[in-house]
Write a protein that binds this ligand. Structure first.
Ligand SMILES: [Zn+2]
Length: 340
């Protein structure tokens, strides 16, 4: 029994010594290492798996600069192998390959004008400084809708602050020009309006002297001019008796009504051309025909200082003149008996 045990012990010793020699020989020539694959692609061998994984983790979690976040879509696989000691380790290359496989999303800042992105810059501070510069020294009436929008992108592309300033400054200059042009047009229209107002005001300020009365209403001349056709006369362009008095003066001369009243008609009426009819009450109406422009509308109250229209040659007319008619309860009267 003892002998047997001794023999076994000896054999075991021999075997373990042999095994140790083999291991020693193997370790002299070979070493353990990890083969790393990513999506079935061999990346290479690494020595220290924990160290590599820590580095990769640190890279993934690093969101400095414009990095918003990184996504690791592919997970590397490690298999432990014994490889020749002379085999070069590729820890750094493998690390970079894994990092490269990640998808990075960047945060950038877009400057918008009227909602349209005009430029993108790296930092919010840059964007703010560009917006401030856009707004500075700008007339408050100029509508400039500038904003900052945070954008997320996988393609990191921004403009330098100088480039961004340049782009926005060009837009600013264009906006200012556009505003100035619109303002110029507005002022021109305002000037024309004021001229028109002034023209009417000249009429309003004219000396009004009542030259006659009819049905208790004091009458004034609608214009001064030369009488070219009298009431009741016939002419080459009329077959019937003349129903009014023609007073000629230059085209565009403002016409005022013979008395206070209300506009009954203002518009085109056949051979009268542009016609204004004023109702003065007490059955009295006055007609102003062949007008060039009409300034009043039906229902409008007018007085002897209101420019109701201008002298023209519209309708059945051979030259600028006012055809004036006065009617009392529908009967046509001779204006010359009251006014001229
Ligand atoms: Zn006439």
């Amino acid at each position: 029994m003892k002998y047997y045990t001794k023999e076994v012990t000896k054999a075991l010793k021999t075997v373990s010594v042999g095994a140790m020699i083999i291991v020693a020989v193997v370790l002299v020539k070979y070493k353990p290492a990890y083969a790393v694959t990513l999506a079935d692609e061999e990346l290479g061998y690494i020595e220290d798996k924990d160290k590599l994984e820590l580095k990769v983790k640190n890279y993934r979690e690093d969101t400095s600069g414009n990095v918003a976040f990184k996504e690791q879509m592919l997970v590397p696989e490690y298999s432990l192998k014994l490889i020749n000691r002379n085999k070069k380790m590729q820890d750094k290359e493998v690390q970079l390959a894994i990092e490269d496989s990640m998808i990075t999303t960047y945060r950038i800042y877009a400057v918008t004008v009227d909602g349209n992105v005009q430029t993108t810059v790296s930092t919010e501070e840059q964007a703010k400084s560009i917006v401030d510069s856009m707004k500075s020294g700008l007339d408050e009436n100029i509508p400039l809708n500038v904003g900052i929008v945070e954008q997320y992108t996988k393609e990191f592309s921004t403009q330098s602050e100088e480039e961004a300033f340049q782009i926005l400054d060009t837009i600013k200059v264009a906006k200012v020009e556009e505003y100035k042009e619109a303002e110029r047009v507005r002022q021109e229209e305002e000037r024309k309006r004021q001229e028109e107002e002034a023209r009417k005001k000249i009429i309003s300020n004219k000396t009004v002297t009542s030259v006659g009365t009819i049905a208790g209403i004091g009458l004034v001349r609608p214009i001064n001019g030369k009488i070219t056709s009298r009431f009741g006369s016939r002419s080459s362009i009329r077959s019937s008796s003349h129903t009014g008095l023609d007073i000629a003066t230059s085209l565009g001369t403002p016409i005022t009504p013979i008395a206070t009243g209300t506009v009954k008609f203002a518009g085109w009426k056949g051979s009268y051309g542009n016609l204004v009819i004023i109702n003065h009450g007490n059955g009295i109406e006055s007609y102003y025909a062949h007008c060039n422009e009409i300034y009043v509308a039906v229902g409008q109250a007018v007085d002897v200082r209101t420019a109701i229209s201008t002298v023209g040659s519209t309708g059945n007319s051979t030259g600028p003149h006012l055809h004036l008619e006065i009617r009392q309860n529908g009967t046509i009267l001779n204006p010359e008996n009251y006014l001229y």
